[in-house]
Every structure is written in C-alpha cells, then in structure tokens.
Ligand binder design. Sequence first.
Ligand code: PLP
Length: 393
Amino acid sequence: KLDSHSAGRHFLHIPGPSPVPARVLRAISYQTIDHRGPEFGQLGLAILENIKKIFKTKSPVIIYPSSGTGAWEGALVNTLSPGDLVLMYETGQFATLWKKLADRLGLKTEFIGKPGAEGWRYGVDAAKIEERLKADTAHEIKAVCVVHNETSTGVTSNIKAVRQAMDAAKHPALLLVDTISGLGSADYCHDDWGVDVTISGSQKGLMLPPGIGFNALSTKAIEASKTAKLPKAFWAWDEILESNKTGYWPTTPSTNLMYGLHEAMEMILAEGLDHVFARHQRLAKACRAAVEAWGLEIQCQDPAVYSPVLTGVVTPDGVDADQLRKLILERYNLSLGTGLGKVKGRMFRIGHLGDCNELSLLAALSGCEMGMKAFGIKLKGSGVVAAQEVLQD
Ligand code: PLP
C-alpha cells in the first residue's frame, strides 16, 4: 500500500509522529558525511547549543539515536541503582509504560494517582506527591517521575507545581519529567521548573521523523550519575558528555536526522518559542470548540490542564472509536490517534502539534465531522464552523 497513490496529501493528525516540513525533509536528504570530520564537529556544537534553548536550560542535553523509550531508559539507568524506590504518577498509557520499563530495570515503583479510568482524565495532583514525600521521612524515594504531556489523553500537567510540592516536602528525590510529546509545542522550562532530567523525542513538536531521544540534565542529575549503579553502557552519559565537548558523539549519531534537527530548531527559533506555543494554544482552543459544538466530551476534565498538543475526543456510548477512525482514514485519508490502554475504543485523538496551522486543523476537523456523520453519529452542530469562529478572532 505504501507505493499506492491517492490524490492530494495524507492528513497525519495523530499526536506524533507529526508531519515533517519540506524544509526539514530536504535537510535530511543531504549527503551523509564523516561523523568524525571537521564539518560534523561544527554541526554538533551548533546543535548542542540550540537544543538548550528549546529545553530552556543552561545545562547539557544528551542526544541519543533512539526513540523516546530509549531516552526514558537513559534517564533511569544514569541516575538510579537497583532496588531504588521511584514514585510515579498515573496519568495515562505513557505513564503506565514508563512504570513498566522501570519495573523491568529492577527499580521498585510506586504508582499513585486517581484510581481507575477516571484518573486518565486529569493531570498530576501535586498535593498527592507532597503528601507521599512528607510521609517518606527516611528518604527512601529516590526519584519522582511524571509525564508532562500525557499523549494518550491530552492532559498537560503542571510541572512547576510538582517542583513546589517536592520543595515544600523538603525531599531530596530527583525530578524526572517526560515531555516527549510536549517539547516544541507546549511551553517547557527545564531550569526554571527545577527538573533534574527531562526526557523527550524528535517525532512530535520538533517536527522530525522518529529516531532521536533527549535527556536534558541538571547538575544534581550529573552528580547522581557518578554513583548510580544500574547497569548501563550505550546509555551512559559520561562518555557522551566528554565527546560532546568538541561536538562529537562516542558512537555514530543519526547524521541525517541531525541535519533535520538543526533545520527544525532554526525554524522554531526563527518563529520564536512564545509564538509557537501561542499558535498551539489557539489551535487547541479551536479544536475544543469543535468538540463542544459536536456535542461530544473532551477526555480531559480539567480546563486548567487541557493540552495544546492534542485533544482527546470521547465517542458516544456504543460507538467504537477505532471503527470510526478506520472509516475516516479510508474515506478522507486522515489519520487520527487511537485510544490506548484503558480508553481503547472509547476515544480518538486529534493531534495539532508541530507543523500545524489553521487550515490543516480545519481540514482534520472537516474529516472528523464528515466521518462521524457517515458513521451515523448524531452531532449537535458543526464543529468546523465553531473552530472557524475561534480562529477568525
Ligand atoms: N512518552 C510519551 C509521552 C509518548 O507520547 C511516547 C510516544 O508516543 C513515548 C513516551 C514513547 O516514545 P517512543 O514511542 O518514541 O519510544
């Protein structure tokens, strides 16, 4: 099917991977060069400098040739030792997968949050973290792990509040945050929010294909890495930090994706991070207006933590969201995100991250609206018109 032609473009509106702009694709297509040669060292130094601006940090950022999961593993194995207790917060499927990974690495995990599927409709409750940390007078908890933008539900948790809760509890645990789907679309401040390791990936707000993972570090995280005992070799920060001083990596980097990363960051920084974040807030607001006009429910139940990256749409009782997605893909060449884990079949997700503008969102909303009508869903009104009204303001 991959070589079959259908007229017009494919509308990729899953919450990552997101569409890759032509300018980035062109950069990726440049000839591969010697990753130990002088040209690559210059490129490496430029990338390592610019990526700090994206994470809003003055500390080093590790770049792995990996998907986001590899970067999750990198964060844990560099900072923790076998049997360490980590406090994790259940916001959805990705928080759940990160916990499974931590379990497999031999860490002790404690999963807190609102119970059941209902918990997948809210963000992290910092007060719960504060309460648990205050009870841990022996400081057995070595790290607090939270997902900033929960991609499975469309909820963006307040990381600053988590830091404040940890400070209020006067607890020394490290703060590890996954913003794999938030970075580059939702505002994120690694240094100001006091995060020790921020984990991210290339295929979402950074508008790149999958294949690059990130760990943004803090001084405290680097210190912890000197005594952490979980086995690590490929993921070890020390050799990478050493090579990075001159713009190189100890192993072969994804040379062509690095060209793309350089180009994508140029585009984001030229638009201006604040402008990029405001654009996604506007698109998200328009998308939510559409869902409300259709008379459907948004998965996220707390307006304070609505995601600017994606919107989760709950389908009416008796409607299998995956059958609906299938119809929409077949008829309109529009890909929407599937419901994952506890909400499988109960919702679909509209991605409005990365290289998205008013008309790409409106096209996606049109596809949803026509598809839902064709599926026999009774809509209250036109979501497309409601979204246009928001975007015209
Ligand atoms: N964490 C979040 C929030 C994600 O959205 C994803 C992927 O969608 C991951 C982790 C896992 O990343 P990957 O699939 O790139 O390994």
